[in-house]
Design a protein around this ligand. Structure first.
Ligand code: BDP
Length: 705
């Protein structure tokens, strides 16, 4: 009777949950009471935790999450249907589970008779398993026939914070940096632990605390003390700390006359610096380096190669088990070649010359986190080098934090792309997880969208991109839809009346942004510097390859960058079958058409429309997709808590307005170049081109500086 009463009460609580104030701080770890069969299943299987030797935080996290889901305290003791432990636990040992290949992060979850068993080799694996179990309960999955064995595909699953020491976040749209350097190491903002917990819950196990445009001060003793304080907080959650290393640090803070990597005095300085770091942080992860890129110092300043620089740092780190992540984001304004080709040209000759503890960190595409890019050709070109993927979670080129763009489909597009090297089936994911070329060490990086905004990411839906990045770094085989379903269930509700409409908003949202900003393979058309809003007219300035006209090449006759064999020949950086496909208009996916081809405005496409008409069609399609999101969201009024409902409604209205702005400004500009009339049914831009060109945004957030 009591049980039924309780269940009834919880049902009421469950149904009234949307009325509770939500500010987004809890992310996907809200653990609001389950109802109906989900509650019954969790009651039967997860109502008490049995563990003889509580390992790390797993049991505590399970108890915390399950208590929320069940609406009452879930005890940790020696009795209970949920058995949690490592192979050293006699109760687990008695079950003779095979834990041998799990590694430190893997786990098994099994239904054995009336019990649910979570087992792993150690505390970190148990923690990941605990979150998995909570995810299952949160999403209302059946809990009575579990047979799960999980090992991450990528060993180091890392966030890159582009955070400066003054708390300014480069390309950050969620407030200032959460690292309160001034009050560290003494004051430990409670956020640090919440941050670690959120990351651990999605499998992230590393964080680079500071900007790739690095400041050497982070390597000084007072700052290393601060870094060590953070590392101590993160450690129980399985998270290691990494730092960016400014290549000129020996000169700037070490008093050496230069930073030539082949000078033994420079190597010795780094050796001592690394030892100093490990004395404070025994599990320090290593260095991330942006060198000889966009004005950053590097080995080329001394006539040395990227490999010389990376290997020198790698040798300093190797005795301590540290790694170097050396970025391949390089392009020089002194090289007259197509910017898309330059990283390949610089790095491919170095294949095979990097130390074992070096990974070369490659952005998903060859330019720079554009709304859509083809996969980076380096992924098919350096089999003797460990390559790691760098994604951008923060939406520098995708509408900042106010546009809803779920990025899992974009990440998957890169991961699932087939490099065809050496043969069909050699996907970027298999290169990036090391399996294709038999590399033991693997890593993935995501440029964080985290700041001190109460909701962490600047908007509710941007939390989904942090979530999706973590889940894909763990298992790149997951589908965008499966990840979205988990996130929606945890962040809003598993109720199909909420879940399905939100899913229908999220899945097409990335394509929508591509359509209204840079359709048909156009790229890099945004406002100068801050990258906010349209700027297809951007020309002049310090470098041609920082302008829009460099990338779209529009003339009276046509538009697009000819990267075919008759043009810049960037296609030849891909394996034969891929190069052949991109070389011909007919076989290039329409979404990448103007990336690879310069086409006449009146050229007929496979869609039956001309290039000009197709562009207009896609702008309109993108705007219509935003209208559709708005309609679906309005239909959820009353089912979503008021605070988040309002935030999303307002941001969607901003997105709608800015989508229209993108379309109108772009159309006005293209017409000024091609002089063509609009296709029938298309409305003319409400303002002349000069209006759009006159808009300026001196304080747009996140600009580099
Ligand atoms: C670009 C950003 C710039 C970064 C650079 C990088 O505009 O702020 O410093 O990438 O990745 O996307 O190094």
């Amino acid at each position: 009777m009591f049980r039924r009463l309780m269940a009834g009460l919880l049902l009421v609580i469950g149904l009234s949950a949307p009325a509770l104030a939500e500010d987004g701080y809890d992310l996907w770890l809200r653990f609001r009471p389950l109802t109906g069969t989900a509650l019954a299943g969790a009651e039967a299987r997860l109502s008490a935790i049995a563990t003889t030797a509580p390992e790390g935080l797993a049991a505590a996290e399970l108890s915390r999450g399950l208590s929320g889901l069940l609406g009452r305290a879930v005890p940790i003791g020696t009795e209970g249907p949920l058995l949690v432990g490592t192979g050293d636990d006699p109760a687990i040992r008695a079950l003779r589970l095979d834990l041998s290949d799990l590694g430190p992060d893997g786990y098994v979850i099994r239904t054995i008779g009336p019990r649910t068993v979570l087992a792993a080799q150690g505390g970190t694996g148990l923690l990941y398993g605990a979150y998995h179990l909570l995810r299952l309960a949160q999403t209302g999955a059946r809990l009575d026939t579990l047979n799960i064995r999980e090992v991450p595909r990528i060993e180091r699953r890392i966030l890159n914070h582009w955070d400066n020491l003054d708390r300014y976040v480069e390309r950050g749209y969620a407030g200032q940096s959460i690292w309160d350097w001034h009050r560290l190491p003494d004051w430990h903002d409670p956020r640090y632990e919440d941050y670690a917990r959120a990351n651990a819950s999605i499998g992230i196990n590393g964080t680079v605390l500071n900007n790739v445009n690095a400041n050497a001060t982070i390597l000084t003793a007072p700052y290393l003390d601060k870094v060590a304080a953070l590392a101590d907080i993160f450690r129980p959650y399985g998270i290691r700390v990494y730092l960016t290393a400014r290549f000129s640090a020996p000169k700037e803070i070490g008093g050496l006359p230069h930073a030539d990597p082949l000078d033994p005095a420079v190597a010795a300085w780094w050796g001592a610096k690394v030892a100093e770091i490990y004395a404070r942080i025994p599990d320090f992860g290593g260095f991330l380096v942006k060198a000889n890129s966009e004005g950053q110092p590097g080995p080329q300043d001394y006539g040395r190669t990227h490999a010389d620089g990376a290997n020198m740092l790698a040798d300093a780190l190797a005795p301590h088990g540290g790694i170097v992540m050396w970025r391949a984001f390089v392009y020089s304004d002194e090289v007259p070649d197509d910017r898309a080709k330059q990283a390949y040209a610089e790095f491919v000759p170095l294949d095979g010359s990097f130390r074992d503890n070096v990974l070369v960190q490659v952005k998903n595409g060859p330019i720079d986190f554009q709304p859509r890019e083809p996969f980076h050709p380096l992924f098919g070109a350096m089999p003797k080098t460990k390559l790691m993927m760098e994604f951008q979670i923060t939406k520098e080129y995708l509408g900042f934090a106010t546009h809803l763009a779920y990025l899992a489909p974009m990440y998957k597009e890169a991961l699932d792309a087939d490099t065809f090297r050496p043969a069909r089936g050699s996907t970027v994911a298999r290169v990036a997880d090391g399996s294709l070329d038999g590399h033991g060490l693997s890593a993935m990086a995501g440029v964080a969208n985290i700041g001190s905004d109460r909701n962490w990411s600047g908007s509710t839906f941007d939390q989904a991109n942090w979530y999706a990045y973590g889940r894909l770094a763990w298992n790149h085989g997951l589908s965008s839809e499966a990840i979205a379903r988990e996130w929606i269930a945890a962040s809003f509700s598993p109720d199909p009346a909420v879940l399905e409409p939100v899913l229908a908003m999220m899945l097409p949202s990335h394509q929508a942004v591509v359509d209204y900003m840079t359709p048909l393979g156009l790229h890099h058309l945004m406002g100068r510097g801050h990258h906010y809003g349209p700027g297809p007219w951007v020309d002049g300035g310090p470098r041609a390859d920082w302008t829009s006209v460099y990338f779209h090449r529009a003339t009276k006759d046509g538009i697009g960058f000819d990267r075919t064999r008759r043009g810049s020949d960037a296609v030849s950086q891909y394996a034969g079958p891929v190069a052949d496909r991109f070389d011909k208009v007919e076989t290039t996916p329409p979404d990448l058409l103007l990336w690879f081809h310069h086409l006449r405005w009146d050229r007929k496409l496979s869609t039956g429309r001309t290039v000009w008409a197709e562009l207009l069609h896609r702008y309109g399609r993108g705007i219509a997709a935003v209208d559709d999101m708005i309609t679906r969201w309005q239909g959820l009024e009353g089912r979503i808590d008021a605070a988040r409902f309002k935030e999303v409604s307002t941001f969607l209205a901003i997105q709608r307005q800015e989508a229209q702005w993108w379309r109108d400004a772009s159309v006005a500009y293209w017409q000024s170049i091609n002089g063509l009339p609009l296709p029938p049914g298309e409305a003319p831009p409400p303002y002349p081109l000069s209006h759009y060109q006159s808009l300026s945004f001196p304080f747009a957030p996140g600009d580099g500086r």
